[in-house]
Design a protein around this ligand. Structure first.
Ligand SMILES: NC(=O)c1ccc[n+]([C@@H]2O[C@H](COP(=O)([O-])OP(=O)(O)OC[C@H]3O[C@@H](n4cnc5c(N)ncnc54)[C@H](OP(=O)(O)O)[C@@H]3O)[C@@H](O)[C@H]2O)c1
Length: 214
């Protein structure tokens, strides 16, 4: 891996992404995040000095290029309201293209429980939830599947984390991860952030889609 401690974050103004930025800074990474409009983030001054913001849009190649230059990894928590066009596969395809151009090998992204893989052994509750999400938002579920195909076709070292319902808060419980079963129905933002950021230096889930829970 490119040894720079600079990482790129997409979706860093969102519920999960804000915790990702803050935890990555705490862990000693320098963070460059993409934001459609620059808002103040409440960070201690020593952490704020390690954060830079690129104003732009994840749908624009020039924004992604400015975001990624010199980074060693990308964490993507881009999200869309369910009533809008999903765009996950489109954004991820563009991100991977720019990563290859910038010679960045490591990608960590998130997806939802609608993503069903061969070999999954979800509980009955998990299967019902997953089926319900697919039938409520079929376009989203289809696009999430397409996003996985985009990742699988790339040469990037990706991890796509399957999130249950994410609750506001730091959490702090032990984080459980499992490749074929949901280890919990809920998780806190802070725990999601810890798991995602820790993946930068872990290789256990490269080319995998772990479920996490706490
Ligand atoms: N929260 C949950 O319970 C849950 C459960 C399962 C999976 N997930 C997945 O986890 C991800 C993050 O969820 P979240 O709750 O943190 O979502 P969120 O609060 O809606 O945050 C979405 C982020 O994406 C950014 N974004 C949207 N369109 C963009 C664009 N065109 N260019 C640049 N940035 C853009 C938003 O920026 P702005 O601030 O500019 O809008 C925001 O930072 C999503 O993919 C979601 O589907 C969430």
């Amino acid at each position: 891996m490119n040894q720079s401690k600079l990482i790129a974050v997409i979706g860093g103004t969102g519920s999960v992404g804000r915790y990702v930025v803050s935890y990555a800074l705490q862990k000693g990474y320098q963070v460059r995040m993409l934001a459609r409009s620059v808002r103040s983030m409440q960070l201690p001054p020593e952490m704020a000095a390690q954060l830079s913001i690129v104003e732009g849009d994840a749908l624009r190649f020039d924004s992604l290029r400015d975001l990624m230059q010199g980074c060693s990894a990308v964490i993507n928590t881009f999200g869309r309201p369910p009533q809008e066009e999903p765009l996950y596969s489109k954004v991820t395809r563009q991100v991977l293209e720019e990563m290859e151009r910038a010679d960045i090998k490591r990608y960590i992204g998130v997806t939802g429980l609608s993503l069903k893989l061969q070999g999954d052994h979800k509980s009955i509750g998990g299967r019902v939830m997953s089926r319900m999400l697919r039938s409520l938002h079929p376009q989203f579920a289809q696009d999430r599947l397409e996003e996985l195909k985009v990742l699988q076709a790339s040469a990037i070292e990706w991890t796509l984390v399957r999130l249950p319902v994410v609750k506001e808060g730091q959490g702090g419980c032990s984080i459980k991860a499992n490749l074929d079963k949901m280890p919990g129905n809920r998780i806190y933002n802070g725990d999601v952030a810890r798991f995602l950021v820790n993946q930068i230096e872990e290789d256990e889930y490269i080319h995998r889609c772990p479920f996490i829970g706490s």
